[in-house]
Ligand binder design. Sequence first.
Ligand code: UD1
Length: 364
Amino acid sequence: MKITVIVGTRPQIIKSAPIIYEALKSGLELKIIHTGQHYDYKLSQVFIEEFNLPEPAVNLEVGSGSHAYQTGEIMLRLEKYLLKDKPPLVLVPGDTNSALAGALTSVKLGIPVVHIEAGARCYDMSMAEEINRRLIDHCSKLLFAPTLNCKKNLERESVIGEIHLTGDTMYDAFLKFKDEADRSDILKKLQLSDKEYSLLTLHRAENVDNPVRLRSILKGILKANIKVIFPIHPRTANRLKEYNISLEHSNIRIIDPVSYVEMLKLLKHAKLVLTDSGGLQKEAFWSQTPCITLRESTEWTETVEAGVNQIAGADVEKIAQAIRAIEERYDEMKKKFIGNPFGDGYAAKRIVKIIESFMHVINF
Ligand code: UD1
């Protein structure tokens, strides 16, 4: 009766790591299935090693492809393992195609789905992640909401499963690894010093698969004339080549994707972060680094309401202006990092307790 955890991408490994630790501590048996959505060492295996997680029992090796290909192919490949293993529960973290495929395959086999990071909403259905998380929430039996906002979203949508407000497992991971991050030598390696650079990440399809938006974002950043470090996602690196965009001899310095602790270190010492990632907006908040979100909306509205995350979309002027605003009001902005709507660092503990009592009921 092993609980199955489905991972496939970088953020899913981070989100599930604290739960895997807690589950193993309390004697729950787990089987990790990796879908193979991320296959580069630096997007996947590096995190499994860094978090010291058990190696996935299976890799479905789905690789890259269209949304239909990835989702459909994961479902086909996963189904035979779920039919053989008959897990009592399947855990799916986040909002990726791997998570959606895991949830759909399980629910259709009658296996209860547990959604980690349930209820996040940005109300923009042009984003693959928004479609995925909505569908996952509506077929989950246990929904673990990281914030009160997320819980309210789920209540408003009248989801059928049980909603539990637990806090964010990404915050658990952040607390566990922040001291190790302090010891990372990434700044030395890159010859960077505290607050003399800004950090950029960019990988969302709606930004990087659109040459007009991609150019406009980069133009906005270059206009502000600041020094930027850019750990690049392979998808974005491919697009830059395809669109003939070169950042050589500019203030934006491209580096390879970094590990989790390296990212935490880079975040803590950056003057500001520019990103289209969901997770990084939260990690910037916990690192007390002002953030500019390169999207039209965010699911982490708490950080915007706190006044430390500005939504700039892909607009040249808005991006340049947001950077200037942080530079001019940096000390004032730093004082706004008060409280934490993402819990107390014990989300995984709560989640495992609830899973244990759920297992008692189904084994009764
Ligand atoms: C996926 C998730 C996104 C998450 C992100 C984290 C979906 C719809 N998107 O986006 O929510 O924030 O992971 O990184 O599930 N590629 C490689 N090597 C890899 C993986 C990808 O080169 O190991 C390249 C390929 O060119 C591929 C492209 O990146 O076509 C896109 O990869 P994919 O996994 O489809 O989506 P991500 O952009 O990584």
